[in-house]
Structures are given as structure tokens and as C-alpha cells.
Design a protein around this ligand. Structure first.
Ligand SMILES: [Zn+2]
Length: 120
């Protein structure tokens, strides 16, 4: 299950960012996952439950933003919904485009945290 490896590196990045900003606790993590990334959101959620205890993110809300697959048509200058294939037919002009613009994301979108209280 490669989601565990993804979660470990995600939590490492969260920890790095949180510590750099004097966070006492991480409250919420949002990931952007493209539908073509090959990552199973449910497996990722499970990996979060398994990997987060004992970290700054223990008990944090864990949200996944799903990113649809969009291909770009250079003729129509627009993006259109792409299927599972990587070469897609533009519904506007019928040309094929392999220019996939979104759908393979796997990134940390945001981290919400509670800062350490600042000394008076
Ligand atoms: Zn087109």
C-alpha cells in the first residue's frame, strides 16, 4: 500500500512547515489529489489514521480535495474534462489533445494549526 509512504512524507512536510511557524498543534490538513494520481483517497485516510498518532497532527481533521482530470485544447483555447485515457478528444472541435493540465496532483494544499502562545 503505497499510501502509507505518501502519508509519511506528507506528515514529514506538515511537521517541517508547522515547526517553522511555531505551531503547537496541527488542526487540519488538506491534500489535493488528482483523480489520475493513482492514489486511493480512502486508503490515504486510513494511512493518516495509522501514521498520525504521536505526531503534531494527531487528532487533526484530514480533508481531501479531489481534482478532476482536464485536458487543454490548443485550437479552442479551453480545457475540457478528460477520461481515463491520456489522449482525449476535444468536445469543441474534435481534435485530440494529450495535454493533460490537471488530474495528477498529489500535494499539500493547506495546514491549519494552533500556534504556541506568545509570551507577553
Ligand atoms: Zn478543441
Amino acid at each position: 500500500m503505497h499510501e502509507v509512504g505518501i502519508m509519511e512524507s506528507t506528515l514529514a512536510a506538515v511537521r517541517r512547515e508547522a515547526l517553522a511557524r511555531n505551531a503547537a498543534h496541527v488542526d487540519r490538513i488538506v491534500l489535493r489529489i488528482g483523480v489520475l494520481s493513482g492514489v486511493e483517497p480512502e486508503a490515504l485516510r486510513f494511512a493518516f489514521e495509522a501514521c498520525s498518532p504521536g505526531t503534531l497532527a494527531e487528532g487533526a481533521e484530514f480533508d481531501i480535495e479531489s481534482v478532476p482530470a482536464l485536458a487543454h485544447c490548443p485550437t479552442c483555447e479551453r480545457d475540457f474534462a478528460a477520461g481515463a485515457g491520456f489522449i482525449c478528444c476535444c468536445p469543441g472541435c474534435g481534435n485530440y489533445s494529450g495535454d493533460l493540465r490537471t488530474g495528477r496532483e498529489l500535494e499539500l494544499r493547506s495546514i491549519e494549526f494552533t500556534p504556541h502562545p506568545t509570551p507577553p
